[in-house]
Design a binder for this molecule. Structure first.
Ligand code: MN
Ligand code: MN
Length: 328
């Protein structure tokens, strides 16, 4: 029997136990903490990073993983468009939360990097559920140990700023500036999609374009169409290792109001699904979904949208794992 249909790794079905019942884990999958005896069998791990110490304005994404787990009980097993069952395709589990230290930014970043290194040591493909966008920096530190990687980044913002508040280098507006400086990303293999909103200045965009990052504004995205832009994204990253980072504020605040830095004029939920489906075929080594802020999401719609997009990402990654498993 292939590993991927091991009953242990199947989600609890809503036909067996109502979806409002039971202890919520990501997508009702087994909870497999890092000391679990079956950790080595996991191929795709969903990891909560309940941390928002990088937030510069409206806080709350530290509560994201718990809310995403709760709403993820609504996720069924089969993809609506292509019928894929990712849980029959790759052994997937909820690896729990990184034990963050909300009182210390540097310590927490070290803890996140250490947690993801342990996951990668087991050859598990990691998906992070944030948390604010600073989470991506320590995750990339774990992922890029064998050299810099590419990135497809969905966001209203570049997150390429140099610093905030008189020289603070570590906020959710700076992770990818640091990642480029630290040699974790190949700028020519980074594409940022959906950029919009009023600006302090254009220092971030000038920095990005000067070092080779491809920045696609939301106007360009809509003029060209999602299919055309995603074809360019796949071309930019090529067949080399690539990370996907998805900030929920990529989506219009009419659909995703529960986030710290909403910007009008964004894609709707269907368009966001199309964008993620455009990742098919990319050599993805990990992904994140960040910036869901439950205190600004009283109806839960943003968490529902976030976890639904995480399911889309899981489907792409499960297909990638199955392709890797086959002999060349
Ligand atoms: Mn962001
Ligand atoms: Mn953003």
């Amino acid at each position: 029997m292939p590993r991927c249909v091991d009953p242990f790794f199947q989600p609890v079905s809503g036909l067996d136990l109502p979806r409002f019942a039971g202890v919520p884990s990501f997508m009702r999958l087994p909870h497999v903490p890092l000391d679990h005896p079956r950790l080595a069998e996991v191929e795709l791990g969903i990891i909560g990073v309940p941390w928002d110490a990088g937030t510069t304005n409206r806080p709350g994404p530290r509560h994201g993983p718990r809310q995403l787990r709760d709403y993820s009980t609504m996720i069924r097993t089969h993809h609506p468009a292509n019928g894929l069952n990712p849980f029959a395709t790759a052994n997937t589990a909820d690896l729990g939360d990184v034990p963050v230290n909300p009182a210390d930014i540097q310590d927490t970043m070290d803890r996140i990097t250490s947690f993801f290194r342990q996951v990668l040591d087991q050859n598990i493909l990691p998906v992070a559920a944030g948390g604010d966008h600073l989470v991506s920096l320590p995750v990339l530190r774990a992922l890029a140990t064998d050299g810099p990687v590419g990135m497809i980044h969905f966001d209203a913002h570049t997150d390429l700023f140099h610093s905030y508040f008189g020289g603070n280098l570590y906020t959710h507006g700076t992770p990818f500036r640091r990642a480029i400086e630290e040699g974790l990303l190949v700028p020519e293999r980074v594409i940022q999609i959906g950029i919009r909103g009023t600006m302090y200045d254009d220092e971030d965009i000038r920095f990005g374009r000067d070092c080779g990052v491809t920045i696609i504004t939301v106007d360009e995205l809509f003029e060209r169409g999602i299919g055309d832009v995603m074809a360019e994204a796949r071309k930019r990253v090529g067949d080399q290792p690539t990370y996907c980072s998805f900030d929920i504020d990529f989506i219009d605040p009419a659909f995703a109001p529960g986030t710290g830095t909403p910007e009008i004029g964004g894609p709707n939920s269907w368009q966001a699904q199309q964008a993620v489906r455009g990742l098919a075929g990319v050599n993805l080594i990990g992904a994140d979904l960040v910036e869901v802020s439950p205190p600004f999401d009283p109806g839960g719609g943003t968490a529902w949208l976030g976890i639904s997009l995480l399911f889309e990402i899981v489907c792409v990654l499960a297909t990638r794992i199955a392709g890797r498993r086959k002999p060349a």
